[in-house]
Ligand binder design. Structure first.
Ligand SMILES: [Zn+2]
Length: 462
């Protein structure tokens, strides 16, 4: 049976129009005002915005880290995402040193298969190009893994040297994939961290104080310079500071294809959270760290002026009670990461659109269309137009919602935004034509999500 979404206001990255949306099977068939129902199931969207489903291109579900595993798996994490209006994610497979990328891809496919509730793509985290790494990258592109992430931080764990980064960039210059960089100078940070520990500075706040903004800016600058030399675009993940933003802006002003994302936590929270008593600061330990307050308006400004192109979450939840506590006496042992997959659209709508910092269209672009384009999913995802997947959120701009660990769907015992009241929330969520969330109720099936094969030469190349 066809589905007709009627009487809503369709909002895309370009337009805001009163139109009905006709869905046939998994795809959108027609978008225009006054469509007849012709026996279709009708969903009334009076007073609602009809927007493309959110795309979170930075999540870590079921991810091993420092002897523990992120608290959401592909089932709980993607279901929570759907409640918040996100209908696609791109998660990260991790190549273990000395192994083939194919092994990691198989491992992560198994994590997703039979569990994911929405569609999911995968980036590949590259830790080793020593043996067949460059061929492996081409192999991954053939499997729809059109992006790779490399770390300039975490020496001896994930960090790779500049030669490896440069070789990977060179390979993408040929195969059209996109390199994503975790940009922080890990070697310098490790020296500062060792110094702090030697001075007995073990509390959570030292996690932030030992990772200065200049260490991020330096790495962003270096990553962009290497990409320029290699003749490839580059994408900076989870940009957190004004210093780093200035590097991206300067490059873009020169016409360099440098792209960057930020996350709600960097837009709304500051380093003060890490000073909470009773070790609660550990809830806000992730990298890059939260920054002093003066950085926040600069990042909002970056979103507005397209110096930043995407808002993702870097969702990587660890429970406070039994996981964050691993670092009780040493901040370096606190599992790095925070939960956010469910609240991204709510927060960006409330603090962006309602507070006049972002237009409705820019909100859609940052949370859906731009990640679809940059990561090779457009126009299948991120668009409301004939032929696109019917991943659609019927957004109630007047719905009030209080964010809380007591009511959220993420499998983690705290919220970084506990008690925040937002206006605007997903009412009905469709994924490939199927209603999976309606009025706060889960209607989908576990395992219905499919693997997203993404195309190389995505938007970053155009
Ligand atoms: Zn991450």
């Amino acid at each position: 049976m066809n589905t007709l979404i009627r009487n809503g206001t369709v909002v895309t990255s370009r337009d805001t129009v009163n139109a009905d949306v006709l869905i046939e099977g998994e795809r959108i068939k027609e978008v225009r005002a006054g469509l007849p129902d012709d026996g279709a199931r009708v969903i009334d969207a009076t007073g609602m915005y009809v927007i493309p489903g959110g795309i979170d291109c930075h999540t870590h579900l079921d991810m091993p880290f420092g002897g523990t595993t992120s608290a959401d798996d592909f089932e709980t994490g993607t279901r929570a995402a759907a409640f918040g209006g996100t209908t696609s994610i791109v998660d990260f497979a991790i190549q273990a040193r000395g192994t083939r990328m194919r092994d990691a891809l198989d491992t992560w496919w198994k994590k997703g298969e039979g569990r994911a509730c929405i569609d999911y793509g995968l980036h590949m985290i590259v830790t080793d190009l020593a043996n067949s790494g460059l061929e492996d990258m081409d192999d991954m592109v053939r499997e729809g893994v059109a992006s790779f992430k490399l770390f300039m931080a975490y020496p001896n764990v994930l960090m790779v040297d500049d030669a490896t980064i440069f070789k990977a960039l060179g390979q993408t210059a040929k195969n059209g994939a996109l390199i994503c960089m975790h940009a922080e100078n890990g070697s310098v940070i490790d020296v500062i961290v060792a110094r702090a520990l030697a001075e007995g500075k073990t509390a959570p706040v030292y996690h932030a104080l030992t990772r200065p903004p200049r260490a991020e800016a330096e790495a962003v600058h270096r990553a962009i310079a290497m990409a320029e030399i290699a003749g490839a675009p580059v994408y900076i993940v989870h940009l957190s500071s004004e210093d780093a933003l200035n590097q991206v802006r300067e490059a873009r002003d020169r016409g360099v294809p440098a792209f960057a994302e930020t996350c709600p936590q960097y837009l709304l929270l500051s380093i003060e959270e890490l000073e909470r008593p009773n070790f609660e600061g550990a809830k806000y330990v992730f990298t890059p760290p939260l920054r002093p307050k003066q950085h926040l308006p600069k990042l909002w400004d970056g979103l507005k002026h397209d110096h930043l192109q995407v808002v993702s979450t870097d969702h990587c939840p660890f429970c406070f009670e039994d996981q964050k506590v691993l670092g009780k006496d040493d901040f370096t042992k606190i599992p790095n990461g925070g939960p956010g997959i469910e609240n991204r659209l709510q927060l960006m709508y409330h603090y962006g659109v309602n507070q006049g910092k972002l237009s409705l269209n820019r909100f859609v672009e940052l949370t859906s269309t731009a990640p679809a384009r940059i990561f090779g999913m457009y126009p299948k995802k991120g668009e409301i137009a004939p032929g696109s997947d019917a991943d659609i959120v019927i957004w109630d701009p007047k719905a009030r919602h209080m964010i809380s660990a007591k009511t959220h769907h993420m499998r983690v015992d705290y919220s970084m935004f506990e008690g925040y009241e937002v206006e605007g929330n997903a009412r009905t969520v469709l994924s490939r034509g199927e209603v999976i969330v309606d009025a706060g109720e889960w209607k989908g099936k576990t395992g219905r999500g499919t693997y997203l094969r993404r195309a190389a030469k995505g938007g970053a190349w155009q």
